[in-house]
Design a binder for this molecule. Structure first.
Ligand code: GLY
Ligand code: MN
Ligand code: MN
Length: 441
C-alpha cells in the first residue's frame, strides 16, 4: 500500500477551516481528467490543486463532495482496485484503501457517482462548484442537477444556487499554513540549488536544452517531482520573448542568459529567474542595466510587509523602471509623463508580482471591488521586475538590442517583513561571475 505524502491531519484541518465558511452547503471538487500525449501515452498526471489541498488524493477519476455539518461529511468517489489496470499503470488505493489511508468519512466507487451524488446534495442550501473548467465533469454535474431538479421540488425546495468553488478556496489558499510554508521553503531552496548548478555548468557553446536538463537533474535529485512550469532557458535575444519555450538555441559568447525555472516539491511551486553571462563576465552595458534592475528588485523585497497594498509594488516598479529607461536615454521626458502615457510598457510589459503556492500563478484575490488588498502574513508572492529590449527594435541604441533581464525571488510575508525564500541563489554581479562556468575550472 502506498502512503499519503504528508500527515493526513493537515488535510483534515483545512477541511475544518472550510467547514466554518459554508455551513449547510456542499462543495463538489472533481479531479482533472487524464490527457493523451500521443497514441496510448498520457501526460504525467498532476492532481487538481483544490482537490489535493483538501484531500491529499492524487488519482484521476475521483471527486470530493464535502458537506459541512452532515453525516457523512467528507465523501470521496475514487477508482476501484483493478488487478489488470494496476499491472499496467500501477497502484490504486481503491475504496477501502482511500478510506483507511486518508480517513475520509465515506468512500464510494467512481462508477456510483451519478446515482449517489444527487442523494448527497438533496438538502444542501448552496453548492460550490467551478463551472467551465473541467468540460468532462461539467456534463456529470449537469446530469446531477437534472436529477436534483426532479427530486427537490417535491419537498418544496428549488434547485440550490451554484457558487464558484475557486473563489471560496482562494481565501484559504492565499494564507499558507505552517506546513505549507515549510513545503514552499523546500521548493524554493531546491529551485535555488538548481539555478546554482546551471550557473556552474554554463559555458560558451552549451545548448539551452542541456542547461534545462541540468536544472531538472539537480532538482529531481533533491526530491522535486519535476518542474513547476515549463522552464525558460533563454540566451541573448530569446530573453526578450517573455514566455520563451523553445530552449533549443546554443549559448554564445557575449550573450546574457535569462533563466526562469522552478521546481515542484510536494506539488508546491518554486519560481526563480536569474540572468548571467554565458562567458562568465558581464559586459559594461549588461552590468549597468542589470545592477539598476537589481536595485529595484532589492528595494521591492524590502517593501514587502503586512499592510502594504499589493498594487504599491507594481506602482513602485513602474516608476523605478521608467526612471532607469530615462537614465539610459531610451525614453525622454519625466517619469510622470512617461508613466501616464504608458511608454514604459513597451520594455516592461508584465506584472511585478503574483501569488505562489500549489499553482505557480496561485489562487487568491488581490483586488476587492477595485481596491488592492494589503499584504498579510502567510502570503507567498514573487518579486520579479525586468526590462526587455528586442533585437529588432531600431528605436533604441544598438548596445541594448537583444538584452532581456528579469530577477525573480519568492517571498513569504512574515509578521514584520518577509522571508526571501530563494535567497540562496546569488544575484550580485561578483557572486554570479564567481559561479558561472565553475564546473570547468
Ligand atoms: N515563471 C512564470 C512567472 O514568472 O510568472
Ligand atoms: Mn513568476
Ligand atoms: Mn518565473
Amino acid at each position: 500500500m502506498r502512503k499519503a505524502r504528508i500527515n493526513t491531519d493537515y488535510y483534515k484541518a483545512r477541511r475544518r477551516k472550510l467547514a466554518q465558511l459554508i455551513p449547510n452547503c456542499a462543495l463538489v471538487l472533481p479531479a482533472w481528467p487524464e490527457y493523451i500525449r500521443n497514441a496510448d501515452s498520457h501526460h504525467n498526471y498532476r492532481p487538481e490543486s483544490n482537490l489535493y489541498y483538501l484531500t491529499g488524493f492524487e488519482e484521476p477519476e475521483s471527486c470530493l463532495i464535502f458537506r459541512p455539518g452532515q453525516n457523512p461529511e467528507t465523501v470521496m468517489f475514487v477508482r476501484q482496485k483493478n488487478v489488470e489496470r494496476e499491472t499496467w499503470d500501477g497502484f490504486r488505493f481503491g475504496v477501502d484503501g482511500a478510506r483507511e489511508v486518508y480517513g475520509y468519512d465515506k468512500v464510494y466507487a467512481w462508477e456510483e457517482f451519478d446515482k449517489v451524488a444527487p442523494e448527497l446534495l438533496r438538502s444542501s442550501e448552496r453548492i460550490y462548484y467551478s463551472m467551465f473548467r473541467n468540460k468532462e465533469f461539467d456534463e456529470k454535474f449537469g446530469k446531477m442537477m437534472i436529477a436534483l431538479n426532479g427530486w427537490r421540488p417535491r419537498y418544496g425546495l428549488g434547485l440550490p444556487p451554484v457558487e464558484d468553488a475557486n473563489s471560496l478556496l482562494a481565501e484559504l489558499r492565499i494564507r499558507k499554513t505552517e506546513e505549507e510554508a515549510d513545503q514552499m521553503r523546500k521548493a524554493s531552496v531546491i529551485s535555488a540549488e538548481g539555478h546554482i548548478e546551471m550557473m556552474k555548468a554554463t559555458k560558451v557553446g552549451i545548448g539551452e536544452r542541456a542547461l534545462h536538463g541540468t536544472f531538472l537533474k539537480a532538482v529531481m535529485e533533491r526530491g522535486a517531482m519535476g518542474e513547476a512550469y515549463g522552464g525558460i532557458v533563454a540566451s541573448g535575444n530569446n530573453a526578450t520573448t517573455l514566455h520563451y519555450r523553445f530552449n533549443d538555441a546554443t549559448c554564445e559568447d557575449g550573450q546574457l542568459l535569462l533563466v526562469d525555472c522552478g521546481a515542484e516539491y510536494l506539488y508546491y511551486s518554486g519560481d526563480i529567474t536569474r540572468c548571467w553571462p554565458v562567458n562568465g563576465k558581464f559586459s559594461a552595458v549588461q552590468k549597468r542595466v542589470y545592477n539598476k534592475i537589481l536595485k529595484v528588485q532589492k528595494d521591492l523585497c524590502a517593501m514587502v510587509k503586512p499592510g502594504v497594498p499589493h498594487i504599491e509594488l507594481q506602482k513602485f516598479t513602474v516608476n523605478a523602471l521608467t526612471n532607469v529607461l530615462i537614465e539610459e536615454q531610451i525614453l525622454k521626458g519625466s517619469v510622470e509623463e512617461n508613466v501616464k502615457a504608458g511608454n514604459h510598457s513597451k520594455y516592461y510589459p508584465h506584472g511585478v508580482s503574483h501569488l505562489l503556492g500549489l499553482d505557480t500563478h496561485d489562487l487568491g484575490v488581490l483586488q476587492v471591488r477595485g481596491q488592492s488588498r494589503a499584504l498579510e502574513p502567510g502570503w507567498v508572492l514573487t518579486i520579479e521586475p525586468g526590462l526587455y529590449f528586442p533585437a529588432n527594435d531600431t528605436s533604441i541604441p544598438q548596445e541594448f538590442r537583444g538584452l532581456g533581464i528579469r530577477i525573480e525571488d519568492d517571498v513569504l510575508v512574515t509578521e514584520d517583513g518577509c522571508d526571501v525564500m530563494t535567497r540562496d541563489v546569488p544575484k550580485e554581479v561578483e557572486e554570479i561571475e564567481a559561479l558561472v562556468g565553475a564546473d570547468f575550472r
